[in-house]
Design a protein around this ligand. Structure first.
Ligand SMILES: Cc1ncc(COP(=O)(O)O)c(C=O)c1O
Length: 420
């Protein structure tokens, strides 16, 4: 008989006595953000401290691909690991999971930041999942047309392709300019492609390949005037540009806070404007899937047991962003992106793909090597521990952890390898 089996039946508290569990901490030491006055007087010193004190990346690592997945700062690591430990010690009041819970407090806090109501917002695993729920859940039928652009991420295309293959909807693609002269050109091109058969317009607010910012509000307004439902793939929007969903005016929105909002991997949003969520069929279901009256958006969260720690981390990421100040963060991203744009222009072996108009870019800049012969480039980047994404066309993305020196190091390596 094992020792535990030999214990006489008794209450847990009697077994434990009054001594609380000593939960060993695996959390990184937290340091308060530097005084904002430092940002005013010596901004580079401020940002250098943010990188050094708030992130655990070693000094020798340059990360220029925040667009694929962001880096979590220490407060998020602490929230994640802290929750996991408290949960393991059963020091939490609820089951340490989501999937049967509505996470009201967390949704209220996030809705306050996104400019929507708690009951319009469901947490899901990522943007891909939110897009799939929307595409699968809408009653769009054979003969109806769905319009997407030629700049969508595969997560924003595949959901509609599946629907096309299964139900016979007509999926049409409109080509949009990669370097438009102004935002209005994008609106005109997209709205001009709607036909009387178009029921849904589905497009990215910031494109994945070149970081182009679309005039979402204008596009949604014009589409609505024509009676067309709008679905916005906002994977790159939250944390890169201000987003106030009520004003944006889309019918549905999908988000991935693990890119730009410091959330851990595995966090997503699904938003439906007002009664629009009622029109949507859920895809993965458990009890409560049809309880529109009480659960509202949360019926999309009844998906079975999941790891609640990630949403603790997500709220910590949101607070970190709010503490830094979203406008301060956006301005810093643009300043770093501008540095990339300027450095590209100084090199005749490179060209810019992302347009220079400040209304059209945020923290993602796509460049193109004029030569296809890039032998040695990627090995040299790897050797210098510079993390990049792409080939002859390359997307560089920056965030508050990016140091100007990281960008300079990229160009120094490229100059050296390409012999200029
Ligand atoms: C525009 C866009 N939509 C959707 C996605 C998919 O995001 P996730 O992997 O978080 O589902 C991405 C990922 O890069 C993206 O760039």
């Amino acid at each position: 008989m094992r020792r535990r089996d030999a214990l006489p039946p008794m209450g847990l508290s009697a077994l434990l006595g009054s001594a609380p569990f000593a939960v060993q901490s695996a959390e990184p030491a937290l340091v308060p953000l530097p005084d904002k006055r430092l940002l005013g007087s010596t901004p580079e010193a401020y940002w250098s401290r943010i990188r050094r004190e708030q992130f655990v990346m070693p000094p020798g690592r340059a990360f220029l691909n925040n667009g694929s997945l962001g880096v979590i700062p220490k407060p998020v690591i602490a929230a994640l690991t802290g929750y996991v430990q408290r949960a393991a010690a059963l020091e939490v009041r609820e089951y340490p999971r989501w999937g049967y819970e509505t996470l009201d407090q967390e949704r209220t806090e996030m809705a306050g930041f996104l400019g929507c109501k708690r009951d319009e917002l469901a947490f899901v695993h990522n943007c891909t999942e939110a897009m799939s729920i929307i595409a699968n859940g809408l009653d769009v039928v054979r003969g109806d047309e769905v319009l997407i652009t030629d700049q969508e991420h595969t997560g924003g295309i595949s959901c509609w392709k599946l629907k096309e293959a299964r139900t016979g909807i007509a999926l049409r693609t409109v080509k949009i300019p990669v370097s438009p002269a102004n935002p209005g050109e994008l609106t005109d091109r997209i709205i001009g492609a709607l036909t009387p058969r178009t029921r849904v317009l589905s497009f990215s607010g910031i494109t994945t390949t070149t970081g182009l910012i679309l005039p979402v509000q204008e596009i949604c307004r014009a589409a609505r005037e024509k009676g067309v439902l709008t679905v916005v793939d906002g994977a790159h929007m939250n944390g890169q540009i201000p987003v106030w969903l009520e004003e944006l005016g889309c019918d549905y929105y999908a988000g991935s806070p693990h890119k730009w909002m410091f959330a851990p991997a595995g966090c997503g949003f699904l938003y439906g404007r007002g009664e629009m969520l009622d029109r949507l069929w859920p895809v993965i279901v458990s009890g409560g899937w049809d309880n529109k009256k009480d659960l509202k958006a949360a019926r999309f969260m009844m998906v079975g047991t999941n790891n609640r720690a990630v949403f603790h981390g997500m709220v910590a990421g949101l607070r970190f962003l709010k503490d830094l100040g979203p406008d301060t963060v956006f301005a810093r991203q643009r300043q770093l992106a501008r540095r990339i744009l300027d450095m590209v222009k100084q090199r005749n072996y490179l060209e810019l793909v992302t347009p220079e108009d400040e209304r059209l870019y945020g923290a993602l800049v796509t460049i193109r090597f004029k030569t296809a012969d890039l032998r040695g480039l990627f090995e040299a980047m790897e050797k210098q521990r510079i993390w990049i994404l792409g080939g002859q066309q390359m997307r560089l993305s920056v965030h508050v952890h990016t140091r100007p020196g990281d960008i300079d190091a990229f160009f120094t390596v490229a100059d050296k390898v390409l012999g200029v």
